[in-house]
Design a protein around this ligand. Structure first.
Ligand code: F42
Length: 160
């Protein structure tokens, strides 16, 4: 069931712009890292694919949308709360911890998903997949004492 509420764009202009282009193009444009890095860097990185995570604001109850690196395996996804290696978790992470019902848009496909934290061996498997998709994650983790959390998203329809 899609999340209900008033959309509140991010305070970061590049995030607002990427979400706007991604959604208005039906997931055909703005679908790579190009908004976070230069076009040349994006090409060098192999045009890293990006998904849009929709969460419910833990305090405001508003709809929040965050472009994130696409890390997918067999229909499940991981979202990595790296925030560029910042000392604090990104705010969207707290939203998902507070309410695991999220939406994920991967290109033209938008799904209701349920999020769960992963630890131990499962975390190691998903972390390896994340670093393979975006090697900078490993550098971010090296540069911060904060353990960068990973949440796995599975289609809500499959869970009863
Ligand atoms: N960030 C990542 O962490 N991981 C990625 O893989 C990633 C990839 C990526 C690719 C492209 C791109 O353009 C951006 C990318 N980002 C990635 C950045 C990501 O989209 C976010 O901008 C970043 O992670 C920071 O997320 P944030 O939620 O901390 O954003 C802040 C700036 C923000 O929007 N703050 C809002 C504000 O008004 O200041 C509040 C947002 C919010 O959810 N508020 C909650 C509410 O209730 O509404 C309050 C929650 C609380 O507990 O305070």
């Amino acid at each position: 069931m899609p999340l209900k509420g008033e959309y509140e764009p991010s305070t970061a202009q590049f995030v607002r712009d990427q979400v706007e282009l991604y959604e208005s193009s039906g997931g055909t444009q703005g679908t790579t890292l190009g908004f976070l890095v230069t076009r040349e860097e994006d090409e060098e990185l192999g045009n890293v694919p990006v998904v849009i995570l929709t969460t419910l604001g833990a305090k405001s109850g508003k709809i929040r949308k965050s472009p994130l690196i696409r890390v997918e395996h067999d229909g499940s996804y991981a979202v990595v709360a790296s925030a560029g290696g910042a000392p604090r978790h990104p705010v969207w992470y707290h939203n998902v911890v507070a309410d695991p019902r999220v939406e994920l848009q991967d290109g033209p496909v938008r799904q209701d998903m349920l999020a769960r934290a992963v630890t131990g061996d499962e975390m190691a498997v998903w972390w390896a997949r994340a670093v393979e998709a975006f090697p900078s994650y490993a550098e971010y983790q090296r540069n911060t004492d904060r353990e960068i959390p990973v949440l796995v998203l599975e289609p809500a329809a499959q869970q009863h």
